[in-house]
Each structure stands twice: as structure tokens, then as C-alpha cells.
Design a protein around this ligand. Structure first.
Ligand SMILES: [Cu+2]
Length: 130
């Protein structure tokens, strides 16, 4: 039987199928809504100079539990969307510090800071060449 010649019976069973699918679909939507609700957003200052710093800071935050990390070169602040069940704000700050950047409560790892290019050494004024 060609597929486009559906009998009324078949339509009915299709409608029934839609009803049966509705419940799991609603459950699925509920699941995603609650998953979104578990996302925590935080913003705090992070020292830095330029787009290279931005890349380094954001790369340091590219870990499990972090959904989005954006460092703003103008405000020198990072905004992180993360799952508090997977990672804590303190851990996020430690990641940034270990990449060589100061953030409230955590001073940059000095070895990592020394490795930064001159232009990125945010503690030395006047070295900013870009
Ligand atoms: Cu830089």
C-alpha cells in the first residue's frame, strides 16, 4: 500500500500516538527547565590587559561544569555561567589564578604570571603595547 494513501484508521492511531508522546515530551521540557535552573551565574573582577589575556582567562575556565565564560576587556570582569553542583566559585577563581591572573581572594600563580608576554603583565603600568 502506498504511504500517501493513509486510511482514516491510521490517522486516528497517529493522533493517539501524539497523545502518548505528549507526556514524555512535557517531562522532557520539565527536565531541561530544571537543568537550566541549576545554572549559576557569577561576575567578578579579573586583572588583565588585552584580547590575549581574554583568551587565556577564558581558556582556563574551559572545564567541566562551566557552560560559558566571558571576560570583558573594558570592565576587566569575567562573567561565568556554571553548574554549582560540578564546580564552585572558589575553584573557578583558582583556575584563573593558576593561569596567571589576579582575582578577588586569589593572587595569580607567580610562575604563570612571569610567563605572560610583557604586554600582558598587567601589574606593570606602561607596558601595555596593545
Ligand atoms: Cu594580554
Amino acid at each position: 500500500m502506498p504511504k500517501h494513501k493513509l486510511k482514516p484508521q491510521t490517522y486516528k492511531s497517529l493522533l493517539n500516538m501524539k497523545k502518548t508522546l505528549l507526556l514524555p515530551l512535557l517531562l522532557l521540557i520539565g527536565f531541561f527547565t530544571s537543568a537550566t535552573a541549576q545554572t549559576t551565574e557569577t561576575t567578578f573582577p579579573v586583572s588583565g590587559n588585552c584580547s590575549m589575556c581574554k583568551k587565556r582567562i577564558e581558556t582556563a575556565l574551559d572545564v567541566k561544569g562551566v557552560q560559558e565564560a566571558v571576560w570583558n576587556v573594558d570592565t576587566k570582569k569575567v562573567t561565568i555561567k556554571y553548574k554549582a553542583s560540578k564546580i564552585s566559585e572558589d575553584e573557578l577563581k583558582k583556575l584563573i589564578a593558576s593561569a596567571g591572573y589576579d582575582t578577588p581572594g586569589y593572587t595569580a600563580d607567580s610562575a604563570a604570571y612571569k610567563k605572560l608576554p610583557d604586554c600582558c603583565q598587567y601589574r606593570t603600568p606602561g607596558k601595555h603595547s596593545h
